[in-house]
Design a protein around this ligand. Structure first.
Ligand SMILES: NC(=O)C1=CN([C@@H]2O[C@H](COP(=O)(O)OP(=O)(O)OC[C@H]3O[C@@H](n4cnc5c(N)ncnc54)[C@H](O)[C@@H]3O)[C@@H](O)[C@H]2O)C=CC1
Ligand SMILES: CC(=O)C(=O)O
Length: 306
């Protein structure tokens, strides 16, 4: 399906993550009018000027939002506005600060385009999806988060290196929470149709160690350089592309799961009306128990924001 030309993509929060998402959209040559918004309007203006120097590679354009109402009328609204983790700090610890920011962001852009897709990137993603959906009043399938897409990309890289194959041939997901309660669905992992765990390199592999390294990668990057942004930039550009082109690609994203009665990260099909449906991953008993723990943890926080 051809993309609407040009789609309006708003990015709220033009810090490290927001501006890198804009750069990734431009590099992916999405036919989009990218509209930056930030409480720090001077910073947003500077990012727009800098990014506009890169638009010659694509048919995208970039500018600063006229006002918040304009942002609310966009086709896709990416929300990165929020506090980020200090070295060693968990994502869950950001909730108090980022709840208030999310409230002001959603309130400021009312009335919201009833067809808009809101992509939550600020942390903690699953909890902020719940809050954004409630406050925006949009249908649940139109509000989703980048979730464990980035964690899964980290995992696939690690597996690909072990097996000496390309990452795109590794089908293995991190699910549950984009946070400390994430888990790897090892038993459902496949490479070229074969179970991941049947490969020689995985027969005696320390799976817990690999999963731990994947989960700790963000902490290590933040410890060394203060923030992560390239990976999430690439992830969000892929999500936007699947929405604009109705690609129906499967991504591990934070979406509302009726069975769990909360937002949780699972593989889901993404098209032009948002989340089409989740894919039921067959988990073994240990993975199922870990998934249930993640759901329990997410629900224990979201219930404070009902
Ligand atoms: N989901 C994921 O995989 C990832 C999520 N993140 C999260 O993304 C968020 C942003 O991270 P960075 O860009 O590194 O932080 P940053 O500090 O560079 O940028 C945040 C921006 O939000 C703006 N902002 C704050 N309150 C606002 C408001 N009410 N309205 C509009 N703008 C507002 C700030 O002025 C700032 O420019 C953090 O919560 C971080 O944890 C970061 C990396 C990956
Ligand atoms: C910061 C963050 O959430 C990440 O890089 O995974």
């Amino acid at each position: 399906m051809p993309a609407p030309t040009p789609a309006k993509i708003a990015i709220i929060g033009s810090g490290a993550v927001g501006s890198t998402i804009a750069f990734s959209l431009i590099m992916n040559r999405l036919p989009a009018e990218i509209i930056l918004s930030d409480i720090d309007t001077r910073r947003a203006g500077g990012e727009a000027l800098d990014l506009s120097d890169a638009t010659f590679v694509s048919s995208s354009s970039v500018r600063v939002a006229k006002n918040q109402q304009e942002v609310g009328q966009c086709d896709i609204i990416v929300i990165t506005a929020g506090a980020k983790q200090k070295p060693g700090e968990s994502r869950a610890n950001l909730i108090d600060r980022n709840y208030h920011i999310m409230q002001s962001v959603i309130k400021g852009m009312q009335p919201i385009n009833p067809n808009a897709k809101i992509i939550i990137v600020a942390n903690p993603v699953e909890i902020l999806c719940h809050i954004a959906q409630k406050l925006s009043g949009l249908p649940r399938n139109q509000v989703f988060g980048s979730g464990t897409f980035l964690d899964s990309a980290r995992l696939r890289l690690s597996v690909a290196e072990m097996l000496n194959v390309h990452e795109s041939s590794v089908h293995c997901y991190v699910v549950g929470e984009h946070g400390d309660n994430q888990l790897v669905a090892w038993s459902a992992g496949r490479v070229g149709g074969a179970p991941l765990l049947s490969f020689d390199q995985f027969k005696n592999a320390d799976l817990a160690h690999i999963a731990h390294e994947v989960a700790r990668k963000a902490y290590e990057i933040i410890d060394r350089k203060g923030a992560t942004y390239y990976g999430i930039g690439a992830c969000v550009a892929s999500l936007a592309e699947s929405v604009l082109y109705h690609s129906r690609r499967v991504f591990p994203i934070s979406c509302y799961n009726p069975e769990s009665e909360c937002y949780v990260s699972v593989p889901a099909v993404l098209g032009n009306d948002g989340v089409q449906h989740a894919v039921q991953l067959p988990l073994d008993d240990k993975e199922k128990a870990a998934f249930d723990e993640a759901v329990k943890s997410i629900k224990s926080i979201t219930e404070k924001y009902n």
